[in-house]
Design a protein around this ligand. Structure first.
Ligand code: PMP
Length: 748
């Protein structure tokens, strides 16, 4: 789809082992196009002589696709890209012009207030409609008012969502134009625009499309060394175009135009966009003011920063913020190396909105992985609740505040009897820690039964009860008080038939019998083991195990950190589908939608046993803000009916994934419900040999395609799909279609 990007990669690789001279690099792309033209001509001629010989046209279809795309790329642009691919200065004339510009300075002092309109700026929104007028102008005007500034400057090289409006569809997500190639000077409409240098009018036009330049004038100049360059002034008044015929002389400092109002200037907050252009590339007034991030180095070479002249600190977007390798290196300086970034090519994410994440260059990703932003990234209701409460009061449970009791009441109302008493903490780890303390206080025993490959948190004790950690790299094995039951995996585990639930549960009974009386404090298990590979417990298993545990005097703790609030569809909690009622329910991730919030809900009896004289206090647990956030999240889950939405979309997603299982031998097992799915990749369905390398390939390829999922499971071969709940039918379809395509790439 992108011949130049492909050519750049090939040429870079070629140059690496067989260096090209500067002049070779420069003519290469043009020669490649000529070669394709030749091929078309030769094939046409030969086909006329031998019409029945299909082979003669073997390369014509791909040429017919590629050639028009490649020919549409301005020749000088392609040559610059080829030069850059070989490490040569892409546009040598631009380097000379830049040096000349650096020696100039502005005639009047430019505004010093630098406006952040980057992807991660709070001044812009992810939804194009919220960036449309009059909202955008009002927001920028308020920002200026707050700072007492009457003008502001918008940055060169800045990645922006503003320009990426709705003109690009999902398939073009990577092709969105986001990098700003000029400087914006914000000032009231009618403000005169002065020419920066002596010159002549190259052209004047009205590009009236939304967020385009509107009325625009391009002046032509020469440096003292004789290099020609241009300055472009966009978003002017219509009157500015009057008399602007090509060749008209304009003197430096002459007020030749004025800033337009949103109704004429392309629909923008009033400002002039000033851009330096070294070669118009025959694009005239269509010369881009914003370019694709992947091509920014070349476009920026053709359009050096006007701030070379203005010299306003901070008016050039810092280039290293678009460089993930530099960001990773900076992070490793100050952050422990065991804190890992995901993906082969890590993502720098700066914005989230509903089921989408945006990287620093403005590329949008479909988030099919993160269950923490349960009601969606940046849900306005949750944001508002947190911000308002933070501005008024954020303190702890030592003071009475209505929100604490209200949140407890609302939360327990979602749970069956006798789960009536809440404790609030800050994370899933902390919630599991507390759950264990409750169980031990209640039973006055110590031992814990867990499922193999489970993960329950990162604290010392939670590592001790997480086989995924203590049996994994760097782990020290099981403590004597920790007992590990077989993971009831009916796809690769020891029992796979219809009686699997009975058999796995029976083994737990045998294990507890061997343990002897007076030992077991708790059975701690996820209702749908996630890190263990998106496992669905076989029906009947949990009920039987709960019987064994209770018979042994233990407490049943359900870790619903991954699955609460309707993730599995319809039911609010995963355990409800298993017909059990735990003694303690542990909640985390989704209930705060990313605000650190964990909860433990238990029975009055267990809470009474825990009240043994020792006070329970968590500084931040149950804070005023966390209760406000918790209430807002519950409101949204219930009012937007997210559990039944998950059930509906999940049926569609599941059907799509099962379709893939039918088409791809690699997709050995598909399991899940609601918006919680696992696709287990195997190299051989009979032996269920794990295809971990394929799983890693798929996840990284989907990331390239703009879709985020993960891998998990003890054998690292399970694709993990667990999106924010606003994930919809179209998203499910896109995920399944893209996965289908990527699985075809790895088909053995
Ligand atoms: N329990 C389960 C099932 C989890 O998946 C996690 C986190 N992945 C935790 C507990 C720990 O939660 P946190 O990271 O919030 O401490």
């Amino acid at each position: 789809p992108d011949p130049l990007a492909t050519a750049v990669q090939v040429v870079r690789g070629y140059h690496g082992t067989h260096p090209l001279r500067e002049e070779e690099a420069e003519v290469l792309f043009g020669l490649a196009l000529l070669r394709l033209c030749l091929s078309v001509a030769i094939a046409g001629d030969q086909r006329r002589a031998r019409p029945s010989d299909e082979y003669l046209a073997i390369s014509q279809a791909p040429i017919a696709r590629t050639l028009p795309r490649a020919a549409a790329i301005p020749a000088a642009f392609a040559a610059a890209a080829m030069r850059a691919a070989c490490g040569y200065d892409p546009v040598p004339a631009a380097t000379r012009v830049s040096q000349w510009l650096r020696r100039r300075s502005a005639a009047a002092s430019p505004p010093q207030a630098v406006l952040d309109l980057s992807v991660g700026s709070p001044l812009v929104a992810a939804e194009p409609e919220r960036n449309a007028e009059p909202a955008l102008t009002a927001r920028i005007a308020a920002w200026l008012r707050d700072r007492g500034a009457d003008g502001a400057i918008g940055r060169y090289g800045e990645p922006r969502l503003l320009h990426a409006s709705s003109t690009f569809g999902e398939a073009d997500a990577a092709a969105r134009r986001t990098i700003h190639l000029g400087l914006d000077l914000f000032a009231p409409p009618g403000t005169p625009v002065h020419a920066w240098f002596d010159g002549t009018v190259a052209l004047a036009a009205d590009n009236a499309a939304p967020l385009d330049y509107g009325p625009v004038v391009i002046l032509e100049h020469r440096t003292d060394e004789g290099d020609r360059f241009y300055t472009l002034y966009g978003h002017l008044t219509r009157e500015s175009l009057r008399g602007m015929t090509a060749g008209r002389v304009v003197a430096a400092g002459e007020a030749f135009a004025a800033i337009g109002s949103p109704d004429v200037n392309g629909g923008w907050t009033p400002h002039v966009h000033i851009q330096v252009i070294v070669d118009l590339l025959s694009l005239g007034a269509d010369f881009p003011g914003v370019c694709r991030a992947s091509e920014r180095r070349i476009w920026q070479a053709f359009s050096p920063s006007p701030n070379l002249v203005l010299k306003v600190p901070g008016a050039d977007f810092p280039d290293d913020r678009l460089d993930t390798a530099a960001m990773l290196a900076a992070r490793l300086e100050g952050i422990g190396p065991s804190v890992r970034a995901g993906y082969r090519d890590p993502l720098a994410i700066v914005r989230g909105w509903r089921q989408h994440l945006y990287d620093q260059s403005g590329r949008r990703y479909l988030d099919a992985y993160n269950n923490v932003p349960h009601v969606g990234h940046g849900h306005p209701r949750v944001v508002e609740a947190a911000a308002f409460q933070l501005a008024v009061l954020n303190t702890n449970t030592r003071y009475l505040h209505g929100a604490l009791a209200e949140f407890a009441a609302r939360l327990t109302a979602t749970l069956p009897n006798p789960l009536r008493v809440c404790y609030f903490v800050n994370s899933g780890t902390e919630a599991n820690e507390l759950a264990l303390r409750l169980a031990r206080a209640h039973t006055r025993r110590h031992d814990v039964l867990v499922l193999d490959h489970a993960y329950h948190g990162h604290s010392t004790t939670m590592i001790d009860v997480s086989p995924y950690k203590f049996n994994g790299p760097g782990g020290l094995g099981a403590r004597p008080w920790v007992h590990v039951a077989e993971l009831p995996d009916t796809y690769t585990g020891p029992y796979r038939r219809a009686d699997a639930a009975d058999r796995y549960a029976h083994d737990v009974g045998v294990m507890l019998a061997h343990l002897g009386p007076g030992r077991l404090a708790a059975f701690l298990a996820e209702t749908c083991p996630s890190v263990a590979g998106q496992i669905l417990l076989p029906p009947g298993y949990l009920a039987r195990v709960y019987e064994h545990v209770r018979a042994a005097g233990g407490v049943c703790i359900a870790d619903e950190v991954q699955t609460a609030y309707g993730r599995m569809g319809t039911d609010f909690y995963a355990f409800q589908a298993h017909g059990v009622v735990p003694d303690v329910v542990v909640l985390g991730k989704p209930i705060g939608n990313g605000y650190p919030l964990g909860a433990v809900v238990t029975t009055r009896e267990i809470a009474a046993a825990f009240d043994n004289g020792m006070e329970f206090f968590s500084t931040f647990g149950g804070s005023t803000v966390s209760c406000a956030v918790g209430l807002a999240v519950l409101d949204v889950v219930q009012q937007e009916e997210l559990p039944s939405h998950a059930a509906r979309v999940g049926r569609r997603l599941g059907a799509g994934l099962r379709g893939l299982q039918a088409r791809h031998a690699l997709a050995g097992d598909v399991r899940g419900s609601g918006l919680f799915w696992g696709v287990e990749l195997v190299t051989d369905r009979a032996t269920v040999e794990p295809a971990a390398a394929a799983a890693s390939y798929v996840v990284n390829r989907l990331r390239e395609e703009g879709i985020l999922i993960g891998t998990d499971g003890p054998r690292h071969n399970v694709l993990k799909i667990r999106p924010p709940m606003p994930f919809d039918d179209a998203d499910a379809e896109r995920l399944v279609d893209t996965l289908d395509r990527v699985l075809r790439e790895v088909a053995p």
